[in-house]
Design a protein around this ligand. Sequence first.
Ligand SMILES: NC(=O)c1ccc[n+]([C@@H]2O[C@H](COP(=O)([O-])OP(=O)(O)OC[C@H]3O[C@@H](n4cnc5c(N)ncnc54)[C@H](O)[C@@H]3O)[C@@H](O)[C@H]2O)c1
Length: 260
Amino acid sequence: MTAEPVAVPHVVHVDLSGRGALVTGGGSGIGRACALRLAAAGAAVLVVDRNVEAAKAVAAEAGGRAEGIDLADPGAVDRLDADVDIVVNNAGLQHVAPVQDFPTDRFAYIHRVMVEAPFRIIRRSLPHMYAHGWGRIVNISSVHGLRASPYKSAYVSAKHALEGLSKVVALEGAAHGVTANCINPAYVRTALVESQIADQAATHGIGEDEVVEKIMLARAAIKRLIEPEEVAELVAYLCAPPAAFITGASIALDGGWTAN
Ligand SMILES: NC(=O)c1ccc[n+]([C@@H]2O[C@H](COP(=O)([O-])OP(=O)(O)OC[C@H]3O[C@@H](n4cnc5c(N)ncnc54)[C@H](O)[C@@H]3O)[C@@H](O)[C@H]2O)c1
């Protein structure tokens, strides 16, 4: 499928030793890259994922800890260790259907995982951050936090809600040294996207390269997928001292999609 991955060196110099970081959906894709990047900067990482084995494997690689929970379970979310300095709200999932056919339970589930769980985690981690006068909340939103696409009502509305949550936390946290930002990637080379490519190729009877070029990259000016490590490098930057003034922002990592 599509061009070879581009190598992403660590260019951000940030020392996170002594900091604790919680990364949701850390067992795979962008979350895994974030967990490893923050660990490489010295943070003690808590990898949260419903895939327990994946969470444990990444935690072992990162020298951190793992929690296997479903983020749609509010009780389990509220039992997570929230004494952390960095939160990366990353876990997410997609469901594609026209609004009139969209299963209501699926809509509610997606909102619990992608809006309510971030709210609960932020809510519980802020007292620790405020007490230390420093905190970094990075919400992995999407180009779909800024733009819509048909058939993705739950995902698009959840990402737009996450954008609003992030901005409110930025306003409240500013006086306490806490920043909150969204990162808005277009299509990233992860399992979530690879399976969509394979499905669409089968559905449309076209090649995988064609799915990427004609469907996924149609709206981006730069015609390639993003690597998870490129997202993780931006997360590292948002935790570094020069980013202390960046808050309430939505940083597009979308190859020009939203410039349209
Ligand atoms: N891949 C992309 O193109 C892309 C683009 C923009 C934004 N994003 C966002 O980035 C985030 C990560 O996506 P990814 O592509 O790395 O996906 P992925 O499928 O590779 O990884 C998502 C991880 O989240 C976990 N997860 C999903 N639902 C969960 C739940 N209910 N409880 C606990 N863990 C759960 C999964 O087990 C998985 O390990 C998502 O929020 C997604 O919306 C992805």
